[in-house]
Design a protein around this ligand. Structure first.
Ligand code: PEP
Ligand code: MN
Length: 337
């Protein structure tokens, strides 16, 4: 931690600050600059609240040097984390695509879409059985029946399955049917849920919250890692800003930022970020170019009849075209698909 002291601070105040820092168990080094004095406090604990120093009389600025997350950080683990999900590796050189409807609606729907997804070359089938909807009157998902259909449709097409968990008590139910547990944006800071999936032996995909900073996302990943599950995939799905022409604002810069800060793989979800079908393809291209380890795309065979997120779901032909285009971009940046 670096502490910049106020200009023309009295010796007495400096002594009081140093004493306080030593009480906090820091070892303190003082450097005198041309105009200001800077204190270096060594031994900062990840949970130390730097505001305790900011409020001290005579302190101008305080900067934390070490990150508050450890297990999720690149400094803790240099090499990329590769997660093997029944032979599909997320976080390696190959870019993985997760695709499917927002929600599982009925048997015909999920079987048709699973085939479309597999035929286009994607390996992971998505579909929500428990849906976090903004309105309590919107379709809430088929529950266990949906999970059964999702699993059957995936198995028939040799696909891996991802689906969202909303409640701690449903974790074992999800584990029975899915290969990757999704934690949705709205639950990114549902700490009891993070601890529960941290005890699961299934990989977890953690979506960035609507108003979460990258650091908040990494702190939430830390919960899962600290609870014992090393297989965490991060997901950038857009954040809330003042922009209204898109559903959210797709923070593509989060992709290289996360790669620098963390060893965990990062998936981009342009469907939820943009919320409008015709903008999903250009944003998917951008995400791959920015270094995403994969993308999540909503696809529907009859989006006009979809029970959720139809307007952002790609038609089968559009999805096939997307797969073709991102494969070309992957090649340009030296990755496989
Ligand atoms: C979803 O993937 O269907 C979903 C609800 O996403 P998010 O949590 O990112 O809104
Ligand atoms: Mn959706």
């Amino acid at each position: 931690m670096v502490i910049v002291l106020e200009k023309n601070i009295s010796e007495e105040k400096i002594e009081t600050i140093i004493k306080k820092l030593e009480e906090f168990k820091f070892s303190v080094h003082k450097s005198t600059g041309v105009e200001q004095i800077v204190l270096g406090a060594i031994g900062v604990h990840p949970t130390f609240d730097i505001r305790k120093v900011k409020v001290l009389d005579g302190v101008s600025e305080v900067y934390r040097i070490t990150e508050p997350y450890k297990l999720a950080s690149r400094s803790f683990k240099k090499e990329n984390t590769e997660i093997n999900i029944n032979g599909v590796i997320v976080g390696g050189n190959e870019i993985e695509v997760m695709a499917g409807p927002c929600a599982i609606e009925n048997e015909d729907q999920i079987f048709e879409i699973a085939k479309i997804v597999a035929d286009a070359g994607a390996k992971i089938l998505r579909g929500g059985a428990f849906k976090p909807r903004t309105s309590p009157y919107s379709f809430q998902g088929l529950g266990e029946e949906g999970l059964k259909l999702l699993r059957k449709a995936a198995d028939e097409n040799n696909l891996v399955v991802i689906s969202e968990l909303m409640e701690t008590k449903q974790v074992h139910l999800l584990e029975e049917y899915v290969d990757i547990i999704q934690i949705g944006a709205r639950n990114m800071q549902n700490f009891p849920l993070l601890k529960v999936v941290g005890k699961s032996n299934k990989p977890v995909m953690l979506k960035r919250g609507l108003a979460a900073r990258v650091e908040d996302l990494l702190m939430s990943a830390e919960y899962i890692l600290a609870s014992g599950n090393p297989n965490v995939i991060l997901c950038e799905r857009g954040i809330r800003t003042f922009e209204t022409y898109t559903r959210n604002t797709f923070d593509i810069s989060a992709i290289p930022v996360i790669h620098k800060r963390s060893h965990l793989p990062i998936i981009a979800d342009p469907s939820h970020a943009i919320g409008i079908r015709d903008k999903v393809l250009p944003m998917a291209r951008a995400a791959i170019a920015a270094g995403a380890d994969g993308i999540m795309i909503e696809v529907h065979n009859h989006p006009e009849q979809a029970l959720s997120d139809g307007p952002q779901s790609l038609l089968p032909d559009q999805f096939a075209e997307l797969m073709k285009q991102i494969k070309l971009i992957a090649e340009v940046i030296g990755r496989k698909m």
